[in-house]
Design a protein around this ligand. Structure first.
Ligand SMILES: [Cu+2]
Length: 480
């Protein structure tokens, strides 16, 4: 069928109504605006640490894609690897078969194949793209690989006054499995809920194998593909306002981030402007979370901006910030402990809208239940990749509240596909107005999020921790 570019834009907006149409054919005759090539390549983190992994366009991170909200793009993806791949457009409200999740029905890019896809980007803000395949026990697959790239969808108005912007992609390399690991237990505000702790202990008691399941740890840490001290410093001038767009591109880890003597003015979370911008000394980011923060450069020197954990920073998780005219050894000063509280960026004293329906999900860890890996259940069920049975039905236009209860001590970065959500309660503190697509759920804590079912099509929910999502921590929503 012959369609003009203008009518395609309209059609794409209507795409959910046309689920039977062969959407990929639309883009076939159009010139690609962007080409992504998935292939094995090398990343020189440091001269003595050159890693081999799967990359986009032979670089880490993948190219920054700048889209315009509402302006259709055609992306061509070449898969030069021996295994099928998926490119997921994280944080965008696009159709299920474009989104890049097999569970939603998105087709794979075949091994040594090409696929073309067209979509209308949105909402505006800091998004990203990454692979969405199951890794399981294969540490060369999924988000353990180097398949990450930032997306910036130009907004109609900028979130704040700044002189320039810097994108920072935080990423570990050379993963390996170990028995047990450390979780940043001091990351979040809130206290554990007794009933959830008891539920967790009961699950621990039931575990046949009393040992802990496998966790992943990493040898090398980097920002924008360079270990601390091996990349170009961020060169700044006194009085400059720098807008940092920080992405935690880890497969599994929670990150902290600080710049000694400076504060971050958080203006957006997951790319969405916050109702109450606030100054914080430390950023905390769960896997796949983004923070946009302005730093006013008023403390001349040569500084290390990086993770609070000495071990991670010592193995590369940092970048040097160098003031004009200053030189010498970069300095690190450990900040005081700081607990992350999403509600400080929310609206004060304004209750969220009442939901039409509340869906509760209780999360339980079953130690080493699956070939030595922990199995994760939601309301008693682990998601099956074989059957991909939907767990919940959504009705278009209704407002849903998801109430998560975490009966484990792990922090879970919860992610909902194809919809943004509003935080309505975090660790038993009510809030409103903070719009996100990933939220950290603390150990033995509760989080409530609201979303409007306004984007028909299969919709995946999962923990963004690769080990958790691969071993049960997923649920599929279907529209009625
Ligand atoms: Cu998790």
């Amino acid at each position: 069928m012959a369609i003009s570019r203008r009518s395609l834009v309209k059609l794409a907006g209507m795409a959910p109504l046309m689920s039977a149409a062969p959407r990929f054919a639309w883009a076939a005759d159009d010139k690609a605006d962007y080409v992504l090539r998935i292939a094995t390549g090398l990343v020189e983190l440091a001269p003595e640490h050159i890693v081999s992994t799967t990359l986009y366009n032979n670089q880490f991170p993948g190219p920054l894609l700048r889209f315009k909200q509402g302006q259709r793009v055609v992306v061509e993806v070449h898969n030069d690897t021996d295994t099928p791949e998926l490119v997921h457009w994280h944080g965008q409200t696009i159709p299920s078969d474009i989104d890049g999740a097999a569970e939603e029905g998105s087709p794979y890019v075949p091994a040594h194949g090409v696929s073309r896809t067209a979509f209308v980007p949105g909402p505006s803000g800091f998004r990203f793209y990454h692979t969405h395949v199951v890794a399981g026990a294969d540490l060369n697959r999924g988000t353990y690989s180097g398949q990450f790239g930032p997306v910036y969808i130009e907004p109609k108005d900028d979130p704040g006054a700044y002189d320039r912007e810097v994108f920072l992609v935080l990423k570990e390399f050379n993963p390996s499995f170990s028995r047990g690991g450390d979780m940043a237990s001091d990351a979040l505000v809130g206290t554990p809920i007794k009933a959830l702790q008891q539920m967790g202990s009961a699950a621990d008691e039931e575990a046949k194998d009393k040992t802990k399941g496998y966790e992943v740890s990493y040898e090398l840490f980097s920002i924008n593909g360079r270990m601390l001290g091996h990349g170009e410093p961020i060169r700044v001038k006194v009085g400059e306002r720098v807008l940092f767009h920080v992405l935690n591109a880890s497969a599994t880890e929670i990150r902290s981030f600080a710049l000694p003597g400076h504060v971050f003015r958080v203006v957006a979370l997951d790319g969405n402007p916050v109702p109450t911008p606030a100054n914080v000394p430390v950023l905390w980011l769960g896997t796949a979370e983004r923070i946009s923060a302005i730093v006013e450069m008023r403390h001349p020197g040569v500084w290390i901006m990086g993770d609070l954990a000495d071990d991670d920073r010592g193995h590369g998780m940092g970048v040097v910030v160098e003031y004009d005219g200053k030189n010498g050894r970069p300095q690190w000063v450990k900040p005081k402990p700081f607990h992350w509280d999403y509600t400080q960026f929310g609206k004060r004293d304004i209750a969220p809208l009442a939901p039409d329906e509340t869906i509760q999900m209780t999360i339980v860890k079953h130690n080493a239940a699956e070939h030595g890996f922990n199995r994760w259940t939601l309301n008693g069920e682990a998601f099956s990749m074989e059957t991909m049975t939907p767990m919940f039905t959504l009705h278009r236009g209704k407002r849903y509240r998801l109430k998560f209860r975490n009966a484990s001590d792990d922090i879970h970065p919860l992610h909902l596909h194809r919809h943004s959500f509003e935080l309505t309660s975090v660790a038993e503190r009510p809030t409103s107005g903070v719009i996100k697509d990933v939220v950290m759920l603390g150990g033995y804590q509760e989080v409530e999020i609201d979303f409007v079912a306004d984007n028909p099509g299969d919709t995946l929910f999962h923990c963004h921790q690769q080990l958790h999502m691969d071993f049960g921590f997923m649920a599929l929503f279907k529209y009625a």
